[in-house]
Design a protein around this ligand. Sequence first.
Ligand code: NAD
Ligand code: DAU
Length: 363
Amino acid sequence: MNTLLVTGGAGFIGSNFVLDWISETGSTIVNLDKLTYAGNLNNLLSLKGDARHVFVQGDIADRPLVRQLLAQHRPAAIVNFAAESHVDRSIHAPGEFIQANVVGVYALLEEARAYWNGLDGTAQNAFRFLHVSTDEVYGTLGPDDPAFTEQTAYAPNSPYAASKASADHLLRAYHHTYGLPTLTTNCSNNYGPYQYPEKLIPLMICNALQGKPLPVYGDGNQIRDWLYVGDHCAAIRNVLAKGKAGETYNIGGCSEKTNMEVIQTLCKLLDELVPGSSHCPHSSLITHVTDRPGHDRRYAIDARKIERELGWRPKADFTGGLRRTVQWYLEHQAWVEKVNSGAYRKWMAQQYGEAPTMRRLLK
Ligand code: NAD
Ligand code: DAU
């Protein structure tokens, strides 16, 4: 394949994908990213001066800009990572999620459709619009429910999940109505390098290293299905290469853990990897706080379709992937310090209160 237009490629998964794609295929990526608080060009420093990475700061909802990029670079596919992605933020400010995740995706689809209509037959057949979505569109599972399949009915519970579900429906409609060759992937929780430390795993690592409380929402027995980000990137490469237009593919880690299991494992890893720390045992920092409103109890992905049809399955085991992730954060403290800006501190104060008092601390 030739040039790709990637959106949101300066965020966590997007930047991992850009690095992975260029190293695996050697072909060019045009990376359109608005650089919100979550976008970080430091993730892509290793591509500085590399002509295969063309970065453009801009919004997917900016239709003239998207039109111009499509006309200029003639991409063989669009991969859309751009989104507001944090559930807690969607509870505080849902409007930004509707704008980026619904209006933005609509704008991108409209420009993609016009571009695709203008391609010749061979290029039209080869073109793909891959939209990166989430397992949260399926809602929540009980302890004994089977994992989400591609047939599970949508039942989004947070404003974030509802905005992602809306975009998925638009993808479906653009394929059904206009024949646009869409692909949708619904993935479980990712972890790994370059994840913004508002999300569970990097937040716990960063707080623990500073001796700050590790805020566990509610009882901490909520379950997520954890996937190493490198495995997600490989899955997207597979879907782009071999996925059938109009289909959706669930992507998961086969690795269900409660939040308490994740946090306890992280604490043990930190005890081992930072043995001289005055914060050992790091588990003493665990602090139960008020639960997230509408908190989904359990997610689990049935990834048999992508394994059966495209031959993808996750490679990383959870303990190994988590160890690599902790080591990455330990070795990239300068990256963490740069992220730790006014915007990050403002979010932490709004969400958790000033440590160590923590407004949300349970009595
Ligand atoms: P992220 O928040 O780290 O990055 C999002 C990126 O999108 C940022 O670089 C941001 O600047 C950019 N962006 C936001 N709005 C934009 C707009 N209007 N125009 C252009 N760029 C914009 O998110 P992430 O965790 O890397 O997630 C990437 C995608 O994968 C999202 O669509 C998310 O819903 C989905 N997803 C994430 C996970 C996960 O565990 N993180 C799991 C499944 C699916
Ligand atoms: O399932 C895929 C989704 O995973 C993605 O679509 C989202 O973009 C991504 O943010 C993630 O959503 P979650 O809400 O599952 O991730 P988060 O890291 O915010 O939280 C994971 C779990 O940890 C969840 O049960 C809430 C809990 N949690 C989170 C934070 C930030 C805590 O207990 N304490 C915290 O401080």
